[in-house]
Every structure is written in C-alpha cells, then in structure tokens.
Design a protein around this ligand. Structure first.
Ligand SMILES: [Ca+2]
Ligand SMILES: [Ca+2]
Ligand SMILES: [Ca+2]
Length: 451
C-alpha cells in the first residue's frame, strides 16, 4: 500500500518542481498567468503597454502584463478554420500605434486564400474598426501558411509557407508562397525591393513560423520535414533552398544546387524535427544567462530552447533546453522590455493533448531582478507623465547610467546618470526607463509615456 501511495506522489512532486528554472545563478519563476484560451497563436507587446495576442479561430485579445487581466477586443468574422490549424495567425502593432491605432493581422478567409488586414483600434469602445485589406488573395493550403510579421523601418515583413501540397512554389518567383515578403505599410510594393514590382524579399522557405529582429538581423525559424528544422538569418535576394535543399548543403545534389543558386544555409538546424514556432531575442540584465540569445517556442518537441549567439549574432554557440514536456506544445515566446518572458501553449490545436486549463500563457521572471515587476518599488520619482520634452528623475543614484528601452526591447537611450533626460526625439509611446548601477545591473525601472 505504501508503495502505491509513493508512486502516486512522485508525479506530483515531479510536476511542481517545474515551478522554477535553475539557470545556475538566476532562478526563474514560472507562473501560469492566463488559462482557458483556445490556441493563442501570436503574442506581441504593444506601445500601449499591453500584450496583444491572436487566437486561431479569430479572436484578438490583450493581456495586461502586471494584472494579467485578459480582454477580448475583437472577433474577426470571416476567419476560415480548416486543415492542420489554419485560421488566424500573426499580429503586429504599428510602431506609431498610440497615434494612429493601426494593427495588422494575417488569416485565412477561405479554404484557399489568406490575407493581411489592417485594423484601427477604437480605444473608447475597446474594439477594432475600419478593416483595410493590405494584401489579399494569398494562396493558402491545409498547412504551411506561416506566419509571423515584423515591422522594421516602416516596412512590413511577413514569412509565408509553401501551402503544403505545392512545395515547388517556394522556388517560383512569380508566386508569393514559400517566401519572406516586404511590403510598405499601406500594402504597396517598396521601390527598393530586390525584384522590381515584387513583394519577395527572400525565397525557398518551407513553413517559417518564427521571426524577430535584433542586432540589425532578421531571424526566422522554419519547419523542416521529418528532419532539418532551421533557424535562418533572412537576407534580401537570397534563396533558402527548399524544396531542393534541406538544412545545410551537404548532399551531392544540394551542393550543386547551392553553388548555382547562392543558397543561404541555416545557422542552426534540428534533426529529427521538433517543429520550432515563435522566436524572440533576449538581451536584458534581468536574466544575464540568456543575454544575446534567441528563445524558441517548440511545438512537437514541447520545450523552450535557448540558442546562445556569438557576439556578431551570426552563429549559434550553445543550445539549452527548458520546460521539456511541462506545458505541452509551445506556439510563441515574447520578451518584454523589463526582461520577463511570456510563453503561450497550443494544446488545443489539431495535434495537441490539452489539459482542462489549456490553453495557457506562462510568465517566466527572475524575482531577484530588482524593480523588474515592481515598477514603483524604488524611491525614484519620474515626471511629468506623459513627457514630451524633458523627463525629470528625482532620487536616482548619483552614479551609474540611465537607459531607455522601447516597447520592442530596443535601447533608444543610454547616458550617465542625470536628473533630466531630453525625450524630445523619441516617438510617442510607452518606454521603460531603467536605472543601472556601475556594473550595468538594473536597480530600478519605471514605465514612462512619451507624447
Ligand atoms: Ca510574437
Ligand atoms: Ca533552408
Ligand atoms: Ca542538407
């Protein structure tokens, strides 16, 4: 009888031990902060200070990162649900969202087509209005429709898959499938794209489901077949090989094709395949062990992967695996400017085995990073709110630095400690002001609003 009890208890303790991730020096707390979602697909951090996310069947929601309140903002009426988890996929907010309230979503609207639609956020009624098709009639398949979007220098990048049954389209430059596209924010074709009159930025992609920008580079993850999932650095006018090349150029046929087509090889690949999905870049004093790394949400492999990069960001120097078989299939990962990391699981999709609470959003944080979650825990006073010219900082330490990071986690200001910072040159939006000690460690931080 005692043995039976023990066997019952072991899985219980085994499971609860996952409430922490031990990185050596840093101990991360992981906490389920939202439950009962239905295939949250893409999360993005808004200039409004909320985490916006999509759900496969057409919902657009946002979650407050401190209270974890989830609000239903909008349900898109014409989402088509079919195949292997085809429906509403990626979302991105306009960099000037606080001024123009624009956001972009990509979703299937028939069993053979998807589109990118721009909506306007109506804050007074907490809903979306004025849908405008930015790019319509994108051929869709039962799987391999991508997608993730990144806005960079007023251009929208989207990665699209090969629509599953027609892999050859990835090499066909008259098709926009199996490509990374680059669009103007109104949907027109940029005049400086590599192929005149074409949205195509790069080609030869199978099913990319992760994309992020960091250090001047656009990184993307991509599903392989049963082998050769990839992480690529997306460069303009480059061929990424599919369907002729899988992973690196290493077979006789691949070597010939790669030499003739200037094929860009992945900087990392997994065999057998694990189905890497959303990716984000980590650089924050809150979790020093993860600095200069890509974080990868993994579906089939049911884990979070850290890919530590070399200084230039061009190679992976180390892989670490976390949360294996803990939360099931992971669809996306999001890094906040304060150094916390959010994951969403995808256990209610076609391949998942959901528990009652699924799907969930999980917060990973270092509780020892002072001020990381308690924005107002230190005595520093920052005013005015919002600021449009000079930001005043009272009672900050007399040595060290002041750093300001934007909603995408990019540092937009770094200077010696001073009691006034000129924020005139910053675009309107939400930022985090960080006080750093002489070792560049965060000793306090506050959200600031620039108007
Ligand atoms: Ca995302
Ligand atoms: Ca490739
Ligand atoms: Ca190969």
């Amino acid at each position: 009888m005692k043995k039976a009890v023990l066997l019952f208890l072991i899985p219980f303790f085994f499971h609860t031990s996952y409430a922490q991730i031990n990185l050596g020096t840093t101990i991360l707390q992981n906490t389920v902060v939202a439950s009962n979602l239905n295939v949250p697909w893409d999360m993005t951090y808004g200039p409004d200070g909320w985490i916006w996310f999509t759900e496969l069947q057409g919902n657009i929601k946002r979650m407050h990162p401190d209270t974890f309140q989830v609000q239903q903002v909008f349900a898109i009426g014409d989402v088509a649900l079919f195949g292997f988890s085809v429906g509403l996929h990626s979302i991105v907010l306009h960099p000037d969202f606080n001024a123009n309230h624009y956001l972009y979503v990509h979703y299937a609207y028939t069993n053979t087509t998807s589109k990118i639609v721009r909506y306007e956020y109506d804050a007074a009624n907490n809903t979306l209005v004025n849908p405008t098709i930015i790019l319509g009639s994108i051929p869709a398949g039962i799987s391999h429709n991508g997608s993730r979007m990144v806005i960079l220098d007023d251009k929208l990048f989207i990665c699209l898959g090969d629509t599953y049954n027609t892999p050859a389209v990835a090499q066909n430059l008259s098709s926009i499938n199996g490509k990374v596209l680059r669009l103007n924010l109104d949907g027109s074709i940029p005049v400086d794209n590599p192929i005149t009159g074409s949205y195509i930025w790069s080609w030869g992609h199978r099913n990319p489901q992760g994309m992020c920008y960091a250090n001047g580079r656009l990184y993307s993850s991509e599903h392989g077949t049963s082998n050769n999932d990839e992480v690529n650095i997306i460069e303009t006018n480059r061929n990424y090989g599919w369907p002729t090349v899988e992973g690196v150029c290493n077979t006789a046929a691949e070597l010939t094709f790669c030499a003739e087509n200037n094929v860009a090889e992945p900087i990392w690949s997994w065999s057998p395949s694990i189905a890497p999905a959303g990716i984000d870049y980590y650089q924050n004093p809150a979790i020093p062990e993860w600095n200069n790394s890509l974080l990868v949400a993994v579906l089939k492999g049911k884990q979070l992967i850290q890919l530590k990069l070399n200084e230039e960001g061009t190679q992976v120097v180390q892989q670490n695996i976390y949360l294996a078989n803990t939360y099931g299939r992971l669809r996306d990962v999001l890094v906040l400017p304060d150094g916390r990391v959010f994951l969403c699981c995808s256990n209610r999709d076609y391949a998942g085995s959901p528990i009652a609470a699924d799907d969930r959003i999980i917060e990973l944080k270092n509780p020892d990073a002072l001020g990381v979650t308690q924005y107002d825990s230190n005595q520093t006073v920052v005013y005015p709110v919002p600021s449009d010219h000079l930001l005043h900082i009272d009672s900050a330490p007399s040595a060290g630095h002041i750093s300001i990071v934007d909603a995408n986690g990019r540092q937009v200001y770094l200077g010696q400690y001073t009691d006034t910072v000129d924020v005139d040159q910053l675009a309107a939006g939400m930022y985090v002001l960080q006080l750093l000690d002489s070792n560049q460690k965060i000793i306090g931080q506050k959200k600031i609003l620039v108007k």
